[in-house]
Design a protein around this ligand. Sequence first.
Ligand code: KIV
Length: 263
Amino acid sequence: MNAPQLRAHKRRNGAAPLVMLTAYDEPSARLADAAGVDLLLVGDSLANVVLGHDDTLHVTVEMMAHHVAAVAAARPAAMIVADMPWLSYHGTVADAVMNAGVLIRAGAHAVKVEGGRNRLPVVQALVDAEIPVIGHLGLTPQSVLALGGFRVQAKTSEAAERLIADAIALEAAGICALVIEAVPAEVGSAVTEAVTVATIGIGAGAGTDGQVLVFHDLLGLTGRAPAKFVRQYADLGSMVTAAIRSYADDVRNAAFPGADETY
Ligand code: KIV
């Protein structure tokens, strides 16, 4: 998968739905790539998922680059997309281009930015710098303070129209795909109809050109009940705890290490 292929990947043209999954380190990237995902997202959700924060506002470009490099070390066939973290593209356009360059040099093939028409200068500058850009509309987690929480977006027809206008403007600015998060299914489908670039939904219904989930949600590793839009395909959290309990029992009972585990 590369940026031109991604841009053209539309289900209405006969393409199969795209599969995107987050990855934050080498093992998760290697396992997801072996399963044949199309895109690996080094999401700023790593703030919540692996660093224990309540929101995504706590990661910096340097932290993102650290995780992008770990994912790239898996040398995946999948395209690596890196989130530009909060404040890395909200100042000058020149700073945004340099920050995106750090993520590309760390191993990303594209960057993702949150926001609509307010982000057009940044998107255009990144595209001018030959950096593939993915947009992100609907619930944009970096806006959590301004939005007053994590809520389903575009629930009124006016808000849905604004979101579609944002999508069309981002497409004209040169994005190669658009993530749509937490909107009614009809809005996910309407945006997908309105643009020629691939849309990738999370909590946006079945009508988008692809789906994205968080690695730890899919595998049951969060220790929390999954959100409504998540399908949990395994309960690895319980398996991990049971395995570690067995190890602890074996150590305490002097059953580990055995003779064949000893030099
Ligand atoms: O950071 C992330 O994991 C994301 C997905 C929710 C799309 O942006």
